[in-house]
Write a protein that binds this ligand. Structure first.
Ligand SMILES: *Cc1c(COP(=O)(O)O)cnc(C)c1O
Length: 318
């Protein structure tokens, strides 16, 4: 396993990111609080460039490469926001970037990654095929292979969101973090241990793609089918480094896709916020367990705003 990032690494990442990204806002909304019976702070990572918190990790990673590594470039694999993050950061640091996406990847996402300056290679039926192709390309071309989960600099970078959360509201009862590969929730554990040891860090994933949750429960990385429509949460397997740090989680809740869709509607109607499904999942966990959170002060990470056309259309439902 790669060396786990420390609190000092997160502080160092903030020194790097201050040159690229302003702190994101975090607001509580009285109408939302009234609907939930709790004080809920929404951390707005949906307003990041590329529309998701992952850009904090991508920029931290690229800033930490040697000039030689940057010249050789990076190779990664993703179906979504990780690809946009690494593409954005590579362009910011003038490094070539290749992203392997499954052949059937969403065209809008492929276009978005290309427009950020990356070379997109479409390959295979799913993300494990894309990973295998990325490994071959990195080995053949000398680029740095970037794992979306097991790359310490990505965790250090996304950890800066939790510095901002605990500095803004030091006495939170809980922070809820959506999980795909687990970088965000793992980094939350590292930062909470230092700044808010009494705050419970709760991870959230879709019950229809429970690989991260089941890996955490079993104490080893397992594979699970991806049946969720919420692509930010669907990695299909646990990742070693985030799972190691997530041992410190207070809890890990599963929510249904219907609960995630209801939370996305609530963010639109009560918090004038467009969230993608993954960005609404943390709020869905509060909605799903009103008794657990009644009267508490909690933060939910609205991790991204790249809603698909189907997700936008579903906001009009009930
Ligand atoms: C990637 C992603 C997640 C999950 O983050 P991990 O660090 O992979 O656990 C959650 N929400 C959004 C919007 C994402 O893009």
């Amino acid at each position: 396993m790669e060396a786990a990032p420390t609190f000092a690494d997160v502080l160092a990442a903030r020194e790097v990111l201050v040159r690229h990204l302003p702190a994101t806002p975090m607001w509580a909304y009285p109408a939302l609080d009234a609907a939930l019976g709790a004080t809920v702070y929404v951390k707005h990572e949906n307003v990041q460039p590329v529309g998701a918190f992952k850009v904090r990790g991508g920029l931290t990673l690229l800033a930490g490469l040697t000039p030689d590594q940057r010249a050789r470039g990076v190779v990664t694999y993703s179906t979504g926001n990780h690809a946009q993050s690494i593409a954005y950061a590579s362009t910011a640091h003038a490094a070539p970037c290749t992203v392997v996406m499954p052949a059937a990847a969403n065209e809008a996402k492929v276009r978005a990654v290309r427009s950020l300056g990356a070379t997109v290679v479409l390959h295979g039926a799913d993300i494990s095929d894309a990973q295998a192709r990325a490994e071959e390309l990195a080995a053949a071309g000398g680029g740095l292979l970037v794992s979306p989960g097991d790359t310490p600099a990505l965790l250090s970078g996304v950890g800066t969101a939790f510095l901002e959360i605990f500095e803004a509201v030091p006495d939170l009862d809980a922070v809820l973090v959506p999980v795909g590969s687990g970088t965000g929730a793992a980094a939350a554990c590292v930062v909470a241990a230092e700044l808010a040891p009494r705050c419970r860090v709760i991870a959230v994933q879709s019950a229809a793609s429970p690989a991260g949750h089941d890996s955490w429960r079993e104490g080893r990385c397992v594979r699970r089918p991806n049946r969720t429509v919420v692509d930010g949460l669907a990695t299909g397997r646990g990742f070693t480094l985030p799972q190691y740090l997530m041992r410190e989680l207070a809890d890990f809740h599963l929510v249904t896709d219907a609960q995630i869709a209801a939370a996305a509607r609530l963010l639109a109607s009560h918090a004038h916020t467009l969230a993608e499904g993954a960005g609404a999942a943390a709020l869905a966990a509060v909605l799903a367990r009103p008794a657990e959170f009644a009267g508490l002060r909690v933060a939910v990470v609205c991790s991204g705003g790249n809603a698909s056309p189907a997700e936008v259309a579903a906001l009009a439902g009930s």
